[in-house]
Design a protein around this ligand. Structure first.
Ligand code: PMP
Length: 428
């Protein structure tokens, strides 16, 4: 295959720069929370392929289920010849999702496609065009989802215009000076100035901002949004693509608030490394689009369905939801120690829900100026020492933890030790 440098030269010549890679090496193989590059270097993986690997790289049950399905058939298109794994996965999702009402699920291939379809379904059901989304939210790279995404650089740069009837409300982030009260007041104002509630189909938000910095939505915010939606006949959508499937210690992150949304978008860790996504929702809402109005050639691919059923089974039978909660507590404690010891007054915040955690770096606590350069440097030093880390946040100054929930305590600890050494390198 060649060296990392030779492959990088080929990559740069053959692949557009727009699809950026965070790491300067090429994958050769991976197992659970470890990955080896083409030169035999070993890395601990705290990125999990962007929150896809809650069950780790190549979980034995997931690989086995996918292989078994490959021996039967790999594609028929559900719209031509239906197959049982699609139905079984829909049944499973309907059973897992919060809300004491009848549910149905649509399967697609990517997270962006799930969000696109949630918007279509919400519009078809309500007969209304408008969607309200939040600052810092990330919903995908297709044009509708980019319109919903609340961050310009790099996602929205130079590729507009975006669809109309998208409205933006401030995300409640007390650390950034926006309380739940402030956010609700702004939403109320938005509904008076621009977003006529009788023309709004849905409000969409992530239960924990993902790309936007791993900031959880306070429970009071969800409860208030539920009441606003009920008052105006608006649908509430929880985008659980990054926060779902055990990352936060529950199947869906919104469960922490006790609120049931009308629609949920899912992807990523749902299938342990296979491309599949979905929309789960109230049966009457999901049935709004006419026959033929939903779908796509590859939607709910049978191999990915088999992998998803196995990944969900593994999350359940291996106690990984509980492990997420414990892992989160452990990371919080260790980050606090490491911050105080190695970079005093630079680690501004340790936040998240369960094992969906981030640390945020600033130049100093006095001004709390976001320090993207320090964050980048920590990532580069960690990479040299054998740890894969990924940034997030509106200012690119947060590091997020997406380590497999199946990672052993020893691997987690080894990763944290590299993190501390990389932080020491970066502040030196
Ligand atoms: N919504 C959220 C919350 C996400 O984190 C992502 C992916 N990072 C998406 C939507 C889009 O998913 P995909 O990249 O599979 O299109």
């Amino acid at each position: 295959a060649g060296s990392n440098d030779a492959l990088m030269a080929r990559r740069n010549a053959a692949v557009p720069r727009g699809v950026a890679s965070a790491m300067p090496f090429f994958a050769a193989k991976a197992e659970n929370a470890e990955l080896w590059d083409v030169e035999g270097n070993r890395y601990i993986d705290f990125a999990g392929g962007i929150a896809v690997l809650n069950t780790g790289h190549r979980h034995a049950k997931v690989v086995e289920a996918a292989k078994a399905q490959e021996d039967l058939y790999t594609h028929t298109s559900f719209q031509v010849v239906p197959y049982e794994p699609y139905v079984a996965l829909a049944e499973k999702l309907n059973a897992l999702a919060p809300g004491e009402f009848e549910k149905k699920s649509l399967l697609v291939t990517t997270g962006a496609e799930a969000v696109e379809n949630a918007v279509k379904i919400a519009r078809a059901h309500t007969g209304r065009p408008g969607i309200i989304a939040f600052s810092g939210g990330y919903h995908g790279r297709t044009l509708m989802t980019l319109g919903l995404t609340g961050k310009v650089t790099p996602y929205k740069k130079d590729v507009g215009p975006f669809p109309t009837d998208i409205f933006r409300a401030p995300f409640p982030d007390a650390r950034q000076g926006v309380t739940v009260e402030d956010a609700l007041k702004a939403l109320e104002t938005l509904m008076l100035t621009d977003a006529d509630p009788s023309r709004i189909a849905a409000i969409i938000l992530e239960p924990v901002l993902g790309e936007g910095g791993y900031v959880p939505v306070p429970a009071e915010m969800w409860q208030a949004l539920r009441a606003i939606c009920d008052k105006h006949g608006i649908l509430l959508i929880s985008d659980e693509i990054q926060a779902g499937f055990g990352r936060t210690g529950t199947w869906f992150a919104i469960e922490h608030s006790g609120v049931a949304p009308d629609l949920i978008t899912v992807a990523k860790s749902m299938a342990g490394g296979y491309p599949i996504a979905g929309v789960i929702g109230r049966a009457d809402v999901m049935d709004a689009p006419m026959p033929g109005g939903l779908g796509g050639t590859y939607g709910g691919n049978p191999v990915a369905c088999a992998a998803a059923l196995a990944a969900i089974e593994a999350l359940d039978s291996e106690g990984l939801l509980e492990r997420s909660t414990r892992m989160g507590e452990h990371f919080r404690a260790r980050f606090a120690e490491i911050g105080a010891r190695t970079a005093p007054y630079r680690m501004w915040d340790i936040r998240g829900l369960g094992a969906m955690l981030a640390v945020e770096f600033v130049t100093d606590f006095e001004t709390a100026t976001p320090d993207a350069a320090l964050t980048k440097s920590v990532i580069a030093h960690a990479q040299k020492r054998g740890l894969i880390l990924l940034a997030c946040g509106m200012h690119g100054n947060a590091l997020r933890i997406m380590v497999p929930l199946t990672a052993s305590d020893a691997i987690v600890e080894a990763g944290l030790e590299i993190f501390e050494a990389a932080l020491a390198d970066a502040v030196a």
